[in-house]
Design a protein around this ligand. Sequence first.
Ligand code: IMP
Length: 440
Amino acid sequence: MPGLVIVGSQWGDEGKGKVVDLIAEQADAVIRFQGGNNAGHTIVRDGEVFKFHLVPSGILYPGKVCAIGNGVVVDPQVLTEELDALRRRGLDIGGLKVSANAHLIMPYHLLLDHAGEAKLGEQKIGTTRRGIGPCYADKAARLGIRVQDLLDEKILKQKITAAMEPKRLSLRPFAKDPMIDLHAMTEQYRTFGARLEPHIADTAPIAWRLLEQDRLVVFEGAQGAMLDIDHGTYPFVTSSNPVAGAACVGAGVGPTDIDHVWGIAKAYATRVGAGPFPTELEDELGDQIRAAGGEFGTTTGRARRTGWLDLVALRYATRVNGLTGLVVTKLDVLTGIEELKVATRYTAPDEASFEEFPYHQSVLHKARGEYDSLPGWDEDITGARALEDLPTNARAYLDYISDYLAIPIVMVGVGPGREEIIWTGAAELLSPAAADLTSP
Ligand code: IMP
């Protein structure tokens, strides 16, 4: 130990990439445990912008173990392209490991994701169309193709044949699509296998060994609690479990290996795709926050829906994740807004008011936030490196969140750059091995 899990605690896009990148510098390994290339992490390093979809954020540190765990779904085309791009920029990718047990996104998963959304029409989920749902469905149906299958042509062909058989009807419109020709597909995936072979590994024992040696292992989540297939706003969710408990399953460690769970939340809220969003701002202020926060998807480029900070949902996320600390990102985006609102209750259509996150879909879909107001600030806060550097109202905003959730705020993001961060000192809650994290 220590094992530190970092998860999104809203609807994804909370800025996990930057936080994991900062902590990765001190860590011995970073392991992604769920999701796939539906995620997108942007890291700004020395003015250079890096965008990742699959590769864990720690890859920018030479030789660091960066693992894609068994719980991730891997599109090998995307992964090989990402690795090529990193190589072209002269980065050492020797530390990248891919679990042999991770499942592969196949060309027919992409087609089925598109077709499924088209069929839903108005009711569509707004998926990233990266084949995530169909791939996890095949995993559960025991028809998945795993990374290890890339290394054996006979097995690969047999498994693709078995996986496509029950989909014959739904794939019929694509019968002539060369993407799903058995031989061409096998050939293409064998080529991916050859390219990925040096990185394919049994990733769980890597984590065990480091944890036994008391080294810092970061488990990196994708998406966020409200997109969790069990605990999120189903069916408007992703097909995996972004909550912290999934770190164990998706990386192959036990609950007792986890010492700390940090949730990442923006100082406001955003959501991509359809589904309930009780604090949504569909007005000029929403547009202003979208522009100031650059709220356009890393993966799809879609404009994100924006809204006030939702403390009802965030307290729920705190509970389901067992958060021990909160990282508040993008506080600077709120600069210049005179009156800030935070939702502390919801109102249902029948005027009932409640403070717990509702489990019932028909209540949640119509719930609207009830707000407390807090005064804003005008001062530029991007230069703040300690809580004391922040205007009184910005500190009061953070204190309000921390008091409401009853957990400490461990870091605060005040700008997109790597150095634009406040380490609050609560990061010392980590074990002594990681106490250095408190110094930038
Ligand atoms: P899927 O994960 O592509 O199946 O999409 C399901 C839902 O999750 C859609 O609403 C997506 O917009 C959302 N989603 C998936 N990945 C992300 C992410 O990384 N950030 C934000 N939303 C996401």
